[in-house]
Design a protein around this ligand. Structure first.
Ligand code: DPP
Ligand code: ZN
Length: 853
């Protein structure tokens, strides 16, 4: 297989300062004429190499004269004598047959593009690499009735009618950009518009384009966009730079959204929201993704990536920025809990498995496979640690320096770290290991107390596990926020310290510690590591009630639950008393907000429990967790009912307080159901029917679908018929069933794959069924291997349509080392079957072959 290596980077031999693109749009046959101005970059006699993929080449001219194409591998090779030339190409494409959804494709009557990372080469011949920055002039021509709206990057400069019912629009983007940021959209769209005045007085016209029936669902996204634009001015000093900012929602999309300059294209699930169809989670995700793509205008577009090994330069930084934004809109503590939860659910397993890779990888076969939780979420944690170590003010100075120094260029991770160093005076030499070493560091923390001397000693020891290709690791620089509390007085024994662990071991001595200290460590999750502090249940219970850092408090109760569950699995039994007492105290603490309580009292997921064990026994984990759930539900029956009823609102409102109440209501309903009380299904069904919002409705549906209640099928039917014309809600109908914890989920999922509304052609739908099922630990690992066979069949079929989306679903099968021999063999068998399919994509080949190693 082709392997691309970071060390092989060489600057481009030819630059393309200007590009004119002329599209004659048609779903069956689109003609693209491109005129590239090329300039020799330095002294050399190398040919111009252009990338192309699936293009029918109709004409090639150099300085106006037709030439015969010469190919070097997949590239077009053009020998040029002078230092500046004009290259013209003409190609034909078939957007309606483009099932990969990369390049120009058709979605729900629209024509649209996706170019990151390497989709532009599926539109025209071009040096498709991010360090070539080009000024684009684009002319779009199309049938006016079918495609009345024609959009591209930058500012609109001309439009008008043409013969034969056709029309045209011209767009100029004054900012040189990499080809992955090119976009166009043609379709019958309407806009929700507003004006925005930047802090220096630029008037920007904002528009969110959708099909007419969806217009009423765009207010939330538009509001989020305005809020994000203002926030970036205030917090990072970054202002918008064009006269228009357009967003288009499309139904078929591989990513969540794409930050094309001035023309963001979104998966409709991250734009459309109204109370009847979107949950609070969806509302939050819409705002976060709108903000994320907008923030890319600086962290990604104005300063882009030199090569794809630098992907986290823009993604890690932009995820951090969107996390900070969301934290500022609601509860920072709950946002931090959610972010750590998703890091642990997606990134820790990646770091512990066969696809582990550093935040700045050294090689890849297919770059699409590296849009991972490591690049995004761990990348964000790495920059967050710099923020923690430098402090907000010096971090901002570093960000300013980075933007100033590299504006209009393609930069590297090293450029970012150097800007942080130069602005702050900090030494980040060792810290850079976070970019090159894969694997989640572990920190052992042991606190001992010498009452006679009034002294406490904290010994820390770090280790970074081996990962594929990296057997031996260096100690990392880890910022750990630490505090001690007195076990008797419940008072802090000293102010919080920020300890930077740099060596393999360290000892920290605390003086004047007269009472027994309790250790609070990695507060706020200051470093993305696994801490083994071996604290007894009593200390965890103490911290869950008294810690003054909300994250640490959440962490303590979760650790207590986790210890109890792991003990239950490994020893066959565990005492539930401490967990029950801690949950009771949390539920009854009037000072806590509902959203926090809801997060804290939720048991760790079955997969997260599995992640703690060398050998995962999915059935035992399920059994032990259900037993604790039932015990909590029954022991605290009155508390759950009180929490459930106390969190009832009379009508829908989208505010942090109302969201928190709904979250606690849903979690409490889950416990009411788990108690086995005879009236519980009626309560859930009543909520399902009376709900005036999707959060309550789906919450009740989930509780029913996880249970054996008779009315669960009725609820599923009602839900299906109510929303049968709404694709995004039908996705929930599929995923709720695929995620069900009850028996028989595998059979149900196999049945659902035959449902008339199931299709692999739409990535959201494929993920809703196959993706959701593959993270349902118990169902996916059903004894007999039926889950693996099902997923393998689906991935083989999906790979033929959309390799990028298929390859993202491989990791669940790649975890075979953690399962018993029978399961491991069946999982390997499924992977081998995929690998043996003739014509397997490069995307799939890389993921599957690495998973088998
Ligand atoms: N559109 C994707 C994102 O914003 C890839 N850049 O993360
Ligand atoms: Zn991004």
């Amino acid at each position: 297989p082709r392997v691309v290596r970071r060390g092989d980077y060489a600057p481009p031999a030819w630059l393309v300062p200007d590009l004119a693109l002329h599209f004659t749009l048609d779903p069956a046959r689109t003609i693209v004429r491109a005129t590239l101005k090329v300039e020799r970059n330095g002294a050399h006699d190398l040919p111009l190499l252009l990338d192309g993929d699936g293009l029918e080449l109709l004409a090639l001219r150099v300085d106006g004269a037709a030439v015969d194409p010469v190919f070097a591998g997949e590239q077009l090779s053009i020998a040029l004598a002078g230092d500046a030339h004009e290259i013209e190409t003409e190609v034909a494409l078939a957007p309606e047959r483009n099932t990969q959804l990369m390049g120009l494709y058709a979605s729900g009557g629209l024509l649209c593009t996706q170019c990151e990372a390497e989709g532009f080469r599926r539109i025209t011949w071009f040096p498709d690499r991010p360090d070539i920055l080009t000024r684009y002039r684009v002319r779009l021509e199309a049938d006016k009735a079918r495609y009345p709206i024609l959009l591209s990057n930058g500012d609109p400069v001309a439009s008008g009618d043409l013969a034969g019912g056709r029309h045209f629009a011209e767009w100029h983007d004054p900012f040189p950009k990499p080809s992955y940021l090119f976009a166009l959209v043609a379709g019958d769209l309407v806009a929700n518009r507003t004006g925005f005045v930047t802090r220096s007085g630029r008037e920007v016209s904002l528009a969110i384009w959708v099909r007419a029936p969806d217009l009423a669902k765009t207010d939330h996204a538009l509001h989020a966009l305005e809020t994000a634009m203002r926030w970036d001015e205030q917090v990072y000093g970054r202002e918008y730079d064009l006269d228009v900012f357009n967003i288009v929602a499309v139904d078929d999309f591989n990513f969540g959204a794409m930050e094309n300059k001035g023309l963001n294209i979104f998966n409709s699930r991250y734009i459309l929201a109204d109370p009847d169809t979107a949950t609070d989670y969806d509302y939050d995700a819409v705002a976060a993704v709108v903000a994320h793509e907008y923030f890319h205008n600086w962290s990604g577009n104005r300063v882009t990536c030199r090569d794809w090994f630098q992907l986290s330069l823009k993604e890690g930084f932009t995820v951090l920025r969107d996390q900070q934004f969301s934290a500022d809109q609601g509860s920072p503590a709950v946002k931090r809990i959610e972010d750590v939860r998703s890091l642990r659910a997606a990134q820790f397993p990646e770091d512990a498995g066969p696809l582990a890779h550093p935040v700045r990888p050294d090689e890849y076969q297919e770059i699409s496979n590296f849009y991972t939780a490591t690049i995004y979420n761990k990348g964000a944690e790495v920059i967050r640690m710099m923020h923690t170590m430098l402090g907000a003010e010096r971090f901002r100075q570093g960000a300013d320096l980075y933007f100033d120094r590299h504006d209009g260029t393609a930069a590297t991770v090293e450029d970012f770290v150097r800007a942080m160093e130069d602005a702050s005076g900090a030494d980040l030499a060792q810290f850079r290991l976070w970019y090159s070493q894969a694997g989640t560091p572990r920190v052992q923390a042991l606190l001992s107390h010498e009452p006679g001397d009034g002294r406490a000693r904290l010994s820390l020891r770090q280790s970074v596990p081996p990962t594929p290709g990296q057997p031996v690791k260096q100690p990392m620089a880890l910022p750990l926020r630490i505090k001690l509390f007195g076990a008797e007085t419940a008072a802090p024994l000293a102010a919080e310290q920020l300890v930077e662990l740099r060596d393999e071991t360290a000892e920290i001595v605390f003086e004047g510690v007269s009472e027994r200290p309790v250790l609070s460590i990695n507060r706020g999750f200051s470093a993305p590591v696994i801490v083994d502090a071996n604290r007894p249940a009593a200390d965890l219970a103490f911290l869950s009630a008294h810690d003054d850092d909300p994250f640490a408090r959440y962490e303590a109760i979760q650790q207590l639950m986790l210890d109890t569950l792991v003990l239950g699995v490994t020893q066959g039994r565990a005492d539930h008393g401490a967990v029950i007492a801690a949950v009771r105290a949390t539920l009854r603490d009037r000072a806590l907000d509902a959203a926090f309580i809801a997060e804290a009292v939720l048991l760790p997921s079955e997969s997260f429990i599995g992640d703690q064990m060398a050998m995962v026994d999915p059935e035992a984990i399920h059994r032990v967790r259900e037993a604790l759930r039932r015990d909590l539900a029954q022991s605290l029956a009155a508390d759950w009912r009180a929490a459930y009823e106390g969190a009832h609102a009379n009508r829908f409102e989208y505010s942090p307080a109302a969201k928190g109440a709904r979250r606690l209501r849903t979690v409490s309903l889950g416990y009411v159901m788990a108690s086995g009380a005879p009236d519980a299904p009626e309560i859930a069904f009543a909520q399902f029917e009376a709900a005036d919002n999707m959060t309550d409705r789906q919450g009740a549906l989930t509780a029913l679908v996880n249970s054996d209640a008779d009315c669960r099928e009725a609820a599923l039917d009602i839900f299906y018929h109510r929303y049968s014309d709404n694709a995004l809600v039908l996705d929930k109908w599929f995923s709720t069933q695929a995620l069900a914890t009850r028996d028989g989920t595998l059979d149900r999922v196999i049945e659902l794959a035959q449902h008339r509304d199931f299709t692999l052609a739409n990535p959201n739908r494929a993920r809703a069924l196959v993706g959701a099922f593959s993270v349902n630990q118990r169902a996916f690992h059903t004894a007999g291997g039926g889950g693996y066979a099902f997923v393998a069949d689906q991935l083989i079929a999906l790979d033929k349509l959309n390799p990028q989306t298929a390859a993202k679903l491989v990791p669940a099968l790649g975890r075979w080392r953690r399962f018993d021999a029978e399961r491991a063999q069946a999982m390997r068998g499924a992977l081998e079957r995929i690998l043996a399919v003739p014509g397997i994509s490069r995307d799939m080949f890389e993921q599957v072959s690495k998973s088998l190693e």
